[in-house]
Design a protein around this ligand. Structure first.
Ligand code: GLC
Length: 812
């Protein structure tokens, strides 16, 4: 069953059957103001922080789903009939109304045809102004003159998610609203500058044209489905100090047959004066500034997208890599993980491991944000070498105490709550940062970054001394030394609180995944160190030692063991009754370069045999069915869900990459295809979730809802899919002084092309595969000149800035 399609010309996903089974979401805003909205305009807006500066309210996980939102009601003033431009909240019968939702890159268009009126509401946020623009078009297709009232609606929040949900004896009397000069001002009295405005392009001060009070607009015993003001055709001019507030402006429109009109509503951060400035900027005749802002936003994405475009025989891969997977990876870097309909903003900051990985995925399209995230993480590292698992970057920035401490100021917790001890550290967290730094340098050529100096979380005092300051390179050493120190009786890294798998606590035991990650990080670090001319012999020796311990202790004859509990029991071994085979240890054995080729092949064959399903690879097999606290919380999760043998998406691309390292392009593609959301566009009765997004997990075969995808958008699967597909499958990898082309593709692929911008030069790469191989590069020419080809692929030297280069690669 299908609910929409990928529009390649506009890079939109078009939902043309609007009653999708679950929320299909999108993000607007790329800087300080951001919003998350579904296919029927339900969702919320925030400024900088979804936890402390929520602009509009959202009642998560509720019934009816995803309310409230940012709605436009249209009322026929001759008949009294009314509807919304997004299907919900009025929810007109789909026999009579046609609804379409176009999810674009940082914008959404809600389109509606009903009773002879075509309407469209576009939501977007300009790059440089903190204002959400509602660009509304209405056209009279009915053949007769129509008189319409149009009402905007959004519900203001008390800014702090907790205050929005508790202690109303205080919050209900702290927010106020007023209307003047055509502008609704929402004021949070306990904040120094806690204002928002709502306005439109035409001012009408009559009381029937605005409402600031939610309960007056909606009416008693009613909902957003049937607000009294819309039903009766007029507002009440309500406002008050105290209570719940909304942005309602009514516009009256008369349309001759065939006539079209455009209305602009503006929901912005700031007070009435800020609103006036923004209104005079955007609401000039014909709204050219709105069009320019929209165009600038399109160019912002075009610029990113053009950094890497592929054209392969795989339509789904082209669509995902060229648009949606990059978009998803970027949104993760920009927003971090804590604003969605799943994480509704009550838990914010940066997760150390997730952010470290996110920062590695888009250095080509977002070098600034990748770098600033890396710097935030360096400052969130302790001098012991472990990362603060969850932190707000503000904690490790210099600050002066705010003049007035409102409940919505991002708090600075006491040091004991900012910097946790080793016991609460996740052993993998900081290891991810090393490859991210190295990949950033490979992408940008910014070698001096390694010498920049930053502080450490535990010695830094935000209101005083900076403490210990060391280079990025030294930070990396401390991370590697920490992992070398924190090992268990088998010489394998301790898992500490947990490793990548949050639920596999191993009871304080040892984690194969962490030792493999340690190896991977060491390989990256040594390569960088050598390129910088540093003595890295200590770390080369460490690499060998880690590899030997891994091969000796973790290879169990059939695959790689997942770890050991504190009592020394092996997890993920042929002798284990449950959780015999795990993704993390087997994929990372190969991906880290620690496994021998022969063991790698056997291990990945076990992955295929035990973990492959038609919807992707399961995290482990068989599922755990009995609680076993020595293994961890995973044994208390239902079978087939989340970490307990669901198809956890994030590790799937590890398997694609591992297969390419073994030279098996067809296998890598089989795995890629099984998870690919694009391939499930016509199986929504199974998948339920958006086909344009990877989801955190897909229910596994042990569960009754096998194939149902959960938690879209905010997942490391996006970045990893992008990374594995582009750098390993298509094999285009920047190195310190060359762009490597080392594909591993299905044998049946005759050719593919990639346009890659790298260090300000364009590389138009054509890869031919006349001999039907999966891997191996026989010949490579850059602008007609042969370049070095070896086991590791072709090496294209850095070309001059601004040049456009033709690269031909022949596999064989
Ligand atoms: C969630 C967490 C991530 C973790 C994964 C597996 O996605 O955000 O940090 O690695 O679950 O447990």
């Amino acid at each position: 069953m299908k609910y929409g399609y990928f529009d390649q010309s506009t890079r939109e996903y078009v939902i043309d059957r609007i009653d999708v089974p679950v929320s299909w979401t999108n993000y607007i805003g790329v800087k300080d103001m951001c919003g998350v909205f579904n296919h029927t305009a339900g969702g919320y807006l925030f400024y900088k922080s979804p936890e402390f500066h929520r602009i509009t309210r959202f009642r998560p996980n509720g019934v009816p789903m995803d309310r409230p939102g940012h709605y436009v009601y249209v009322r026929d003033d001759d008949t009294g009939d009314y509807w919304t431009l997004s299907w919900q909240p009025v929810g007109k019968s789909l026999d009579k109304a046609k609804y379409v939702c176009r999810h674009g890159l940082s914008y959404i268009k809600y389109q509606c045809e009903y009773s002879g009126i075509w309407g469209q509401q576009t939501l977007f946020i300009p790059l440089d102004d903190p204002v959400e623009i509602w660009d509304v078009l209405l056209r009279n297709d009915s053949g007769k003159r129509r008189r319409l009232s149009v009402f905007s609606y959004s519900e203001f929040s008390f800014h702090h998610i907790q205050i929005d949900n508790q202690n109303f004896q205080m919050s209900l009397y702290a927010a106020g609203s007023s209307y003047k000069d055509g502008i609704i001002e929402h004021d949070l009295f306990y904040e120094a500058t806690g204002y928002q405005y709502f306005t439109s392009d035409i001012t009408n001060d009559d009381a029937s044209y605005f409402d600031c009070l939610r309960d007056v607009f909606i009416g008693q015993y009613r909902t957003e489905t049937n607000p009294i003001a819309v039903e009766s055709g007029a507002c009440s001019g309500s406002f008050e100090l105290g209570g719940n507030h909304c942005g309602v402006i009514r516009r009256v429109v008369e349309l001759e047959p065939g006539a079209e009109t455009r209305l602009i509503f503006l929901l912005g951060e700031g007070d009435r004066d800020a609103g006036k400035k923004i209104r005079s900027k955007y609401c000039t005749s014909g709204f050219p500034e709105v069009d320019t802002a929209f165009k600038n936003l399109s160019n912002f994405w075009k610029d990113k997208i053009e950094k890497l475009q592929i054209n392969t025989p795989h339509e789904g891969m082209n669509t995902m890599i060229n648009t949606w997977t990059l978009y998803q990876a970027e949104i993760n870097v920009i927003f971090s993980r804590f604003a969605s309909f799943i994480e509704v903003g009550g838990r914010t900051g940066l997760g150390y491991r997730d952010t470290s990985q996110d920062a590695m995925m888009v250095p080509h399209s977002n070098p600034e944000k990748s770098r600033s995230r890396i710097v935030e993480l360096l400052k969130g590292l302790t001098s012991d070498g472990y990362g603060i698992h969850l932190f707000s970057p503000e904690w490790f920035e210099k600050r002066t105490a705010p003049a007035f401490k409102s409940p919505t100021v991002v708090p600075l917790p006491p040091k004991s709550n900012r910097v946790h001890g080793i016991k609460d550290a996740c052993a993998d967290d900081a290891l991810w940062l090393i490859p991210s730094i190295v990949e950033y340098i490979r992408e940008t050529g910014d070698f001096s970054f390694a010498e920049e100096k930053y502080s450490y979380a535990d010695t830094f005092d935000p209101e005083g001394n900076e403490g210990l300051i060391e280079t990025v390179f030294d930070h990396m050493k401390r991370i590697l030394d920490f992992s070398a120190r924190e090992i268990g009786p088998h010489g394998i890294c301790k898992g500490l609180r947990a490793d990548w798998n949050d639920c596999l606590n191993l009871g304080g035991g040892e984690s194969a995944m962490v030792s493999f990650l340690h190896h991977w990080a060491l390989v990256h670090f040594c390569a960088l160190g050598k390129r910088l001319g540093k003595d890295v012999s200590k770390y080369e020796e460490m690499t060998v030692k880690v590899r030997e311990s891994c091969e000796h202790e973790l290879w169990n004859g059939s695959w790689y063991t997942r770890g050991f509990t504190s009592s020394g029991r092996g997890i993920g071994t042929p002798a284990s009754k449950e959780g015999k085979v795990h993704m993390e240890s087997n994929t990372w054995a190969v991906l880290s370069g620690a496994a021998s080729h022969e063991h790698g092949i056997t291990a990945m064959d076990a992955v295929d045999k035990y973990l492959y399903t038609k919807y992707g690879l399961k995290l482990c097999d068989p599922a755990f069915s009995e609680p076993d606290d020595e293994v961890g919380f995973v044994t208390r999760v239902y079978k087939g869900l989340k970490e307990n043998a669901a198809i956890f998406s994030h590790p799937n691309p590890w398997a694609w990459a591992a297969e390419t390292m073994l030279g098996r392009g067809d296998r890598a593609m089989k795995f890629y295809d099984s998870l690919c959301p694009y391939n499930q566009n016509d199986q929504i009765e199974v998948r339920k979730a958006e086909p344009y997004m990877y989801c955190q997990f897909v229910a596994g075969p042990d569960h009754t809802a096998f194939g149902r995808a959960h938690h879209p958008f905010m997942t490391g699967s996006a970045g990893w899919s992008y990374f594995a597909a582009t750098r390993f499958m298509l094999g285009i990898r920047p190195d310190f002084d060359s762009l490597v082309v080392d594909p591993c593709v299905p044998e049946g692929w005759p050719s593919f092309t990639v346009r890659r911008v790298w260090r300000n030069a364009v590389y138009n790469i054509t890869v031919e595969n006349p001999n039907k191989v999966s891997k191996g590069v026989k010949e490579c020419k850059v602008n007609g000149q042969s370049v070095k080809c070896g086991k590791a692929g072709a090496e294209i030297p850095v070309q001059s800035k601004g040049s456009e280069n033709q690269v031909t690669v022949v596999m064989g």
